[in-house]
Structures are given as structure tokens and as C-alpha cells.
Design a protein around this ligand. Sequence first.
Ligand code: FES
Length: 577
Amino acid sequence: MTQPSSQDPTQLRSYRWFGPDDMRSFGHRSRIKGMGVDDIDYQNRPVVAILNTWSELNTCHSHFRDRADEVRRGILQSGGFPVEVPVMSLGEMLMKPTTMLYRNLLAMEVEEVLRCHPIDAAVLMGGCDKTVPAMLMGAISADIPSIFLPAGPMLKGRWKNETLGSGSDVWKYWDERVAGNLCDQDWKGIENCIARSAGTCMTMGTASTMAAVTEAMGMSLGGAACVPAVFADHHRLATRTGRRAVDLAWENLKPSDILTRESIENGLMASLAIGGSTNAIVHLIAIAGRLGIELTLEHFDELSRTTPVLGDIRPGGRFLMEDFYNAGGLPALLARLSDLLHTECRTVGGVTLGEQIAGAESIDDDVIRTRDNPVSPAGGTCLLKGNLAPNGCVIKSIAADPKLLTHRGPALVFDNYPEMKAQLHDPDLDVTADSVLILRNAGPLGAPGFPEWGMLPIPKKLLQAGVRDMVRLSDARMSGTSYGTCVLHIAPESAAGGPLALVETGDPIEIDVPNRRIHWDVSDEEIDRRRQSKQLGTLLPERGYGHLYAKHVTQADRGCDFDFLEGRSPGQEPGIH
Ligand code: FES
């Protein structure tokens, strides 16, 4: 499509639906008018879609009805025609087996909804984990001007005298509960206090990580990622985003104009510098894949070796998102990294990333550390490779016990999640603190859907003995709010015939994070013998979306997109017939 000249309505995409003097366009106009819309409301104005992932089953987006109205106000202020369009909501808490199973479905929906309607620009309203990459992936493939509005984190939890972080403190206090250290009343008290408002998890979980990545890549307004969901500033952010969306339509500033290899690297560095979720790696590979950019785990590891962790935010650090916002938020953190970033990259705000972060200052060096006092000088998340993970696996080393980053111990293997759940707290379980817990059949195909099971619980008898971390390995993901010495995303996964399928209880396993190595100390001959004698693979669903998913999902190291959606979309416009 050609670049619209400044405010020439005949160059707008929606003009093809509404402009011509023919029978089909008459139908479009008359039916719009049937909704009570007048010529002055929409003619010669950009149609801006508000893609809203609101649902009463998505606890993190409960404020989205109000925010959609505020986006609408901004669109009207700038002379656009707002249309609210509901799209699938992926609420991490209530959706089973895992929202990751449906990330690609929402991405497909966003792409098709944008392409098939008279839409000149879109505001993408998401927040809860998978909604962010899904909406970006869809908008990239449709390549229609789009701006992301993050849901924002919820308020800090508060129980008795303690500040609670969603997710992270659930795991922590559940361990105490299992160990017998927390009574019913206290457990109920935590349940009542840990989620105090609308918004996404307020630790640096996947939602906040992906919001930060989106801002660093230039797909949301400067400062958007950290604004708490119920602050007045979030209301204003929504209106500002709506106003800017109208400009994007006139400028025809598309995702392909913003997102480049360099801007993706900015997103990656932001994710590393905030001590972000390991899930961001999978999503960024998939996002880059939609642009035809190959991003590898090695590339990620290279950046990890040079990017310091400056955000002291849970679960890798001490503070919560509200503290991060109060300290200056992402612009202040990025300003401290500006020599590493590609500051010339464009953003949806109409300025470069460098201009966007210029002058941003941290006002709390405990939360946003200085370069000479980082949380970690580098390597917050690391890639490991070896005979157990030929295509790689990852570990969030800043959230692990440093003593366990180099470890050798005997495997204790669970074939699947139900088996693990049934056996883990058995007082007779043959396990010590040196054991390496292994869960398989938990990857993209095996579970299916690549669930967040990678932070395997510590066995009860070890909890009671005071153990709070041990080495755990799986082909699963883990929640961004999780922590511990958990090796994740082992590729290829066991259900796809990866070596993990052949490990037996008692096999020696080594991890050596400083040297980026994982090793299964069993001879090649023995591995071959096991491969010959074991039936590998998994049964695939025979119908529906599950069938499509299983046939086409790629492995973790390729981002788990569908193979037929990778690469730049040819961007074919629908015929108006
Ligand atoms: Fe929605 Fe954590 S459950 S962001």
C-alpha cells in the first residue's frame, strides 16, 4: 500500500470499503449508519480498531472495559473513528492446560481480524503473559499500523507486615505450607491479600517482561510498560495511546517500519537487564520469525554475556513493579544502557528510542542499579548445551542458588506431571538434596502446549529438612514469577524423540552454567541401546485446534510458532467484492 499523503483520506485503507460510489460500498456505509453512526462520525477519518482482550475469565484484564473507553476518547480527540473489536482473551490463571497452547490461535485471530476489516490502525490491548506476543505476532503479519497498550501491573500485595509478590510468594509460602509451617488462617490471609487490584502480576513475570520488551522494541509509548493498572497515569496512558493511534494511521507507520533486527535486540537487552522471564526468549524468537529474522539461542546468549542486570526486581531481585515505576521505570533503566542499545531505532511514538529515553533518570538506585553496582554484571539468563539438550535449554541463573550453578547428581525421573504429583511428597521417595529432579513430556507437544511446570516442587521430606532449592530439569517452561535452579525448554523435547526421553533414574547429570554446559554422563553405546529398545513419540490429537497445533508447532528453540506462519507475510489485501 502506498504511503498516505498527509491526511489524504483517499489513501486510507478503509477508503476502499467506504469511499467508492458502487453498490458494495453503499452497503458498507448504510450498515454503518444502521448502528447510529453519521457521515461526520467516520467519513474521511481513520478507522482505529481497539482490539480488546477483556474477559471476565481473565483476572488481569478486568479494567479493560474502562480503558477501552479511554482509548476511544483519545481516538476521538485526534479525529479518528474508534471501533472496539473483542478478540480472544488468554488469562493465565484460569485457562487450562496452558495459555501457551493458544498463543498462536490469538495471533492468527489478530492477524485475520485486522486484515479482513476496514481498519487503518489498531490499539492492541493486552497484558497477561501470552496476549502480548500473540497480539504483536498477529499485528506484524497483518502489517497494519498498531500500537500496544499494556494492562499494567497490579498493586503490591500486603499481608500483615509483609509485601507480597504475586506468583513468587505463592510458591514460597506454599513450600512453607507443605513443610507444615503455615496455619490455615495465615494461608487464607495470604489468599485474601496477594492480588489487591486489576492488572498483571506485579513481579517481573512474563507479563511485565513482555511489556518492557514491547516498549524497548518501540511498539508502545515511552514509559508505558510499568504504569500500574489502577493508577491515574494508566487512564491517561490509554487516552494518549488512542490519540497516537490516529497519527499512526495517517503516517501509515507499520510494524515493519518499527521492528528490525536492531529493535528486536533492544527488546532482548531490555529483557536481560530487568532480569526478565525466560519465556521472553521463546516469544522473541517467534516475534522475530514473523519478520523473517532468524534469532537463535546463541545470539541470545551472546547478548546475555554483555548485558548487565540493573533491575533489582523479584523474582530475581528484591522489589516489585510499583517500585520500578516509582524509581523511573523502563526509560530510566534503558537510559543507563544507552551505550549498548540501538538508539536510532524508530518507535510508535514518532521519535527514536534514543530520543524517547533521553533525560530519563532513576530516582532510586536500589531499584534501578547503576552500571558499577549491577545486580549481576552479565548472564542473568543463560543458554546451556550438551548431549541432553542438543538444540539448547535455558536457565535463569540470577533466580538460582549460586551454589547449584555447578552441580553433579543422580537423576530422579518423572515421566509426566501426574506421575510427579503422585510421587513427589511420598515419605519413602528415594531423593536427596543432591538429586536432579527431571520432568519430561512437558514440552510443546508432550503436555501439550508447553506449560509452566518447570519449577518442579521440592519433595516434602526435603522441605521439612530445610531444603529450598535443588537442580531441576524439564522440557517445560516456568512462570516468570518462578525461581530456583530450574533448567528449562530442553530441545528437542522428549515427546519429539529428544534425549530426555531416554534418561533413567540414577543416571549422573551435570550442569555447569559458567561454561554453558549440560551433560548426561552415560555412554553413547548405552544411549543407542536405549533408543533401540524404547518406543519414542506421543499420540497427537485427531481433531480440532489441538490437531492443527500438534502438526505445526515448532520446538522451543524456534519459538513454538506454527511453521506455516513463520516468515514475512506477503501482505495481500482482501478484495472488496
Ligand atoms: Fe496474568 Fe500473571 S496471571 S499476568
